[in-house]
Ligand binder design. Structure first.
Ligand code: IPM
Ligand code: MG
Length: 369
């Protein structure tokens, strides 16, 4: 077996191929110029996969996903995806992939880069010092709870049902991940719930507190109700270090938090599973923005979410924290030259497309020592 780390790259749909194209160029640069021991392989997924194999996630892709050190994923969704047969989508969509790889820990770092202050809807004094991580539980809760479905009642009315449920072990494993993460940062964790209304929220709070008291008393723990948290994210986002949420709340709050980073287009993510018997943990890296069908194929999408997702992969899975630091610095330097994709454009910025933003990052990489 080769001792090269294996990265499986999936373009997906919408702007996925465009933004992943730039991340791929950056990864190739590191391999060619810095001789990182990384091998990449493309895998078919989604609309393209269905056209060629009749499956959204072909068996070969599933095997590649299971054996990869890291998966770099573009985006999924949009009209072409929606038009696929319901059966095919059920069998293999992004949520299924998250579930079958047991990717329970979803990290969404939010950093306010000073050069992008003008692109944010928030005032620059509010953005000062913003550097936190949303840790979203990704494999359970309202997204997966049973029973679920749409039923027709005897009176002819239809009723839609989803179930918000968490077990204590599901809460504890993501909370443990959060406390350990906090120990590598500013040692503060804020846990989000709706314990004033929901039983699942009460259990969430009790379990997080109990684990804290038993093993992580050195981490400062606070609890926040989700509605208050939504307000605090736009009022004073710099207060957060690690923000621990369930699946649904993390989905919503991370979109709101994106404005502190200037745009949803800037946000990277890492989704990690449990450590397996061989010491590896499944890991999927993807930009948070999604497929953005309205701008797909136009060459205007922001590739920095995808490129920063690659930086997370370098740091968390590929054993290359130095390369990760260097890449994040290159992104800041590139932005420092004034280049802006549409989503982060502001007065005084220089409007560029996806490719040119990738070029700017590569140029900055060349220049960093
Ligand atoms: C996200 C996305 C997904 C989610 C969608 C595409 C299913 O919004 O990763 O935040 O809701 O988890
Ligand atoms: Mg979302």
């Amino acid at each position: 077996m080769s001792n090269l780390k294996q990265v499986v790259v999936i373009d997906g749909e919408g702007i996925g191929p465009e933004v992943i194209g730039e991340a791929r160029r950056v990864l190739r640069w590191f391999v060619a110029e810095k001789h990182l021991g990384i091998e990449t392989r493309d895998a078919l997924y989604g609309v393209e996969a269905f056209r060629r194999t009749g499956k959204v996630v072909p068996d070969q892709t599933m095997t590649a996903l299971r054996t990869a050190d890291a998966i770099l994923f573009g985006a999924t969704g949009g009209p072409a995806y929606d038009a696929l047969p319901a059966e095919a989508k059920r069998e293999g969509n992004l949520l299924r992939m998250r579930k079958s790889l047991d990717l329970f820990a979803n990290l969404r770092p939010i950093v306010a880069i000073p050069a992008l202050a003008e692109a944010s809807s928030l005032r620059s004094r509010v953005l000062e010092g913003v550097d936190f991580v949303i840790l979203r539980e990704l494999s359970s809760g309202l997204y997966f709870g049973e029973p679920r479905g749409i039923e027709t009642l005897p009176n002819g009315e239809r009723r839609g049902v989803n179930t918000h449920a968490y077990t204590s072990s599901e809460i504890r494993r993501v909370a443990r991940f959060g406390f350990e993460l906090a120990r590598t940062r500013r040692r503060r964790l804020c846990s989000v719930d709706k314990a004033n209304v929901m039983e699942a929220g009460q259990l969430w709070r009790q379990e997080v507190q109990a684990l804290h008291d038993a093993e992580f008393a050195d981490v400062e723990l606070s609890h926040m109700l989700v509605d208050n948290c939504a307000m605090q994210l736009v009022r004073a986002p710099a207060q957060f270090d690690v923000l621990l949420t369930d699946n649904m709340f993390g989905d919503i709050l991370s979109d709101a938090a994106a404005m502190a980073a200037g745009s949803l287009g800037m946000l990277p993510s890492a989704s990690l599973g449990p450590v397996g018997p061989d010491g590896r943990r499944p890991a999927l890296y993807e930009p948070v923005h999604g497929s953005a069908p309205d701008i797909a194929g136009k060459g205007v999408a922001n590739p920095l979410g995808a490129i920063l997702s690659l930086a997370l992969a370098l740091r968390l899975t590929l054993g290359e924290p130095g390369a990760a630091d260097r890449l994040e610095r290159a992104v800041r330097d590139a932005l420092g030259t004034g280049v802006r994709t549409r989503d982060i454009m502001h007065e005084g910025g220089r409007l560029v497309g996806t490719r040119a933003m990738g070029d700017a990052v590569l140029a900055a990489l060349e220049q960093t020592a």
